[in-house]
Design a protein around this ligand. Sequence first.
Ligand SMILES: Cc1cc2nc3c(=O)[nH]c(=O)nc-3n(C[C@H](O)[C@H](O)[C@H](O)COP(=O)(O)OP(=O)(O)OC[C@H]3O[C@@H](n4cnc5c(N)ncnc54)[C@H](O)[C@@H]3O)c2cc1C
Length: 426
Amino acid sequence: MQTVVIGGGICGLAVAHRLARAGTPVTLLESTGQLGGLGTFFPWHDRWVERFYHCVMPSDDDLLALLEEVGLRDHVRWERTSMGMIVEGRHYPFNSALDLLKFTALGVVDRVRFGAVSLLLRRLGKGKDLDNLRTEDWLRGLYGDRVWRDLFGPLFGSKFGAAFGDVPALYLWQRLGRERNVAVRGYPHGGYKTIIDALRASIESHGGIVRTSAPVRVLRNGSVELDGETIEADRIVSTLPLPALRQVADAKLAPLLPQVNLRYQGVVNALFVLRQPLSGHYWAPVLRSGTEFDGVVEMSPLTGPVDGRHFAYVMRYTDRDSPLFQEDERTIAARWTEQLRSLHPGLDVEEVHVFRAPFVEPVYPVGYLAQRPAIEVTGTPLLLATTAHVYPSVTSWNSSVGLANRVSEIILRTAASMSPDGEPVP
Ligand SMILES: Cc1cc2nc3c(=O)[nH]c(=O)nc-3n(C[C@H](O)[C@H](O)[C@H](O)COP(=O)(O)OP(=O)(O)OC[C@H]3O[C@@H](n4cnc5c(N)ncnc54)[C@H](O)[C@@H]3O)c2cc1C
């Protein structure tokens, strides 16, 4: 039983790894020249650096189990990291009760309320139908109008745009379960490329085929068409975001695809190579400070300096049709350098690299659990493994691996009930 996997990001690689290890013939097709998807990297000095900031959390059980299988679990270096907050150009540490007391961006009463509610928030959400509750309604009710307007609105709006208030509270609740202000975070020794290389090696050593620069141009009900080549398949796994999938599906397959209409957020992110560290916090949201980016991720607290340099990413989640997303990289780099300098005067910038991705994750609507598309597309050999399927889990390598596990289990179960010539076993 031949399976074709479309997309060589972590999800596609994890599916192909599982199938190959189980002895099922699998071919993975990646359109670009590089495996890794949103976790890809570029050469810098004698090493590889991620285009987009990435870290592992200790609760990433599915990812850590996969790393164990390919002998990389012990390659993850763990560090205790902290969070800052930049509001109206002022820098605050944001990790302890004392930090909160000194957080003058909120009034005294709101600070106390913020602290008390935040401590209880996970518990307050338990047993509630948070999927059908707007985040804004939930948080405004608990924290009050000012905290929503001055802090949460802009903070979470930076991730989902103006629609954040409409995203189900369940998304936020799940996120709080994964992340804390002071958190142990992990980063693989040698970078994310080490994981990608190990997965490719595992797939190929078990007889699977991995092809890069192999864009799927047309997806049919039972075959994929590349440039000048058609591959027939008993099972096809697509890891493409739904809008990208619709673009390649042929006229017969398109009406069978999930009809759910989701808006996707993309991202513009710049990596600054600096000669000095910034603040020592891994992550700092930036609110009302005259910058277009709305967060800073500083890698040095996690990875240490690299060749005496410090890497800091700044990011803006935005629609792929927005003017910013369309703008040329040099203009963004020049403007964002000035904006970062306005927050950190005297900053010594050595290089700036701007990267963007059109599809990071969907803006999930309220009540999404009932609309979430099924993995198996009825009447076709197609299985879907996309960020539209990981909800309510947070979009991450961990949730992609978890989804890949579910998808490969379905395929292996079907394969087990087939005879070698593809007929169902009675
Ligand atoms: C700025 C940023 C920060 C992040 N931080 C973290 C983090 O700290 N920790 C974490 O765990 N996750 C993080 N993530 C999320 C994580 O990167 C994604 O959830 C994950 O990489 C998604 O993997 P995927 O395989 O589902 O999709 P993708 O990585 O998008 O892979 C899809 C692949 O399909 C290929 N493709 C597209 N069209 C075709 C075609 N027609 N034919 C063949 N191939 C095709 C693409 O080139 C791509 O390689 C971050 C993401 C971003 C953008």
